[in-house]
Design a protein around this ligand. Structure first.
Ligand code: ATP
Ligand code: FE2
Length: 325
């Protein structure tokens, strides 16, 4: 029985996993003040305020007490240092259990695999804070491609915030693109080797928008086509290189219908299969930490003592030894 605690950025979440079933998944997200991005100290304060209630609710929903929990897994990083510290401090005041350190992106991958049944996929992890194409090879989740500047979700949010004002940007971008005449307006397509870049697209799209505001819908369409084609190209190359036949999409941007469609077509053309993580488990949540913690504990990852609980805001996914795959 593994209880997972997440809190690397906006969301504080607690979830419980028994090795077969998800017993609960409770979360509470910090919402930044209108018009601004995440304020790390405020987000951490939010986590400290809601932690106990979210924790109690997760146990209650699972119909159990902390006595029945074998392991407490927590997100050690990467993430915003004040938020990570709030999580670590909370873990230290909980009853003594085997404490399992979990890497946040590893947890995104494991819950997406668990829920969809994908076995050995190329993972496209796309959110406001991350853009990575990841696949398992020789004991680790290796990063085959990633953004060299800003993450895709952040690019979408910045573009829409400037051009439209609404947030988060993803659903707005999608709606406006759907309303467009689907006239493609040239935007910089930047794939270098396996790496992607989105900041030039934002700059170009905004400058074209300022010259002709009537083109916003077509720009949204073109923004989607360009960014998602780049992601699809790099994913296809990772599949070809590794010989893997499955792809698995997760992270907040996985909500995009057009990205799903492009990836589906590509997988189909290669005779492969596309898996999409359901949205409830695409964003940050405690259950994903519980699932990854369970797998790690079961495969022999050593629990740490309360006095050793700390955080690592720059902990990369490929630094983790994956013992359970
Ligand atoms: P992480 O900490 O894992 O980076 P996050 O804090 O960015 O996560 P998520 O909920 O995973 O949060 O992702 C939010 C992002 O998803 C936002 O940038 C949002 O605009 C984007 N998004 C949401 N819906 C869509 C959509 N339909 N199309 C494209 N992007 C979307
Ligand atoms: Fe995340």
């Amino acid at each position: 029985m593994c209880l997972g605690i997440e809190g690397t950025a906006h969301t504080f979440g607690v979830g419980i996993f028994d090795g077969e079933k998800i017993l609960s998944n409770v979360k509470d997200a910090y919402v930044p003040k209108k018009g601004s991005g995440i304020h790390p100290a405020e987000a951490a304060e939010h986590h400290r305020n809601v932690a106990k209630r979210v924790f109690d609710e997760a146990l209650e929903k699972a119909g159990m007490t902390i006595k029945e929990v074998d392991y407490i897994a927590y997100s050690k990083g990467p993430g915003l240092p004040p938020c990570l510290k709030a999580v670590a401090d909370f873990v230290k005041i909980l009853p003594e259990k085997g404490i399992i350190e979990v890497n946040h992106p590893v947890a995104h991958i494991e819950i997406a695999k668990f829920i969809t049944g994908a076995k050995d996929p190329v993972v496209i992890y796309v959110s406001g804070g991350n853009t990575q194409i990841i696949a398992y090879a020789a004991g680790r989740y290796r990063v085959f491609g990633e953004t060299g500047d800003i993450p895709i979700g952040n690019a979408i949010d910045v573009f829409i915030r400037e051009a439209d004002g609404r947030q988060p940007g993803g659903p707005v971008l999608e709606d406006l693109a759907e309303l467009s005449e689907k006239n493609y307006i040239e935007l910089p397509y930047v794939v270098k080797g396996m790496d992607l870049s989105f900041s030039g697209i934002v700059t170009a799209a905004l400058s074209k928008y300022k010259k002709d505001k009537k083109q916003l819908n077509n720009l949204c369409f073109s923004f989607q086509e360009t960014c998602y084609a780049m992601l699809t190209e790099v994913t296809e190359r990772a599949m070809a290189h590794t010989g893997k036949t499955e792809l698995l999409l997760t992270g907040g941007v996985a909500a995009s219908k057009r990205l799903r469609e492009m990836l589906s077509i590509m997988a189909q053309e290669r005779g492969g299969r596309a898996f999409f993580c359901p949205l409830e488990y695409c964003g940050d949540n405690g259950t994903m930490i519980g699932v990854a913690g369970y797998l790690a504990a079961k495969s022999g990852q050593k629990p740490v003592k309360k006095s050793q609980v700390d955080f690592n805001s720059k902990w990369r996914v490929d630094e983790v030894e994956v013992l359970w795959v």
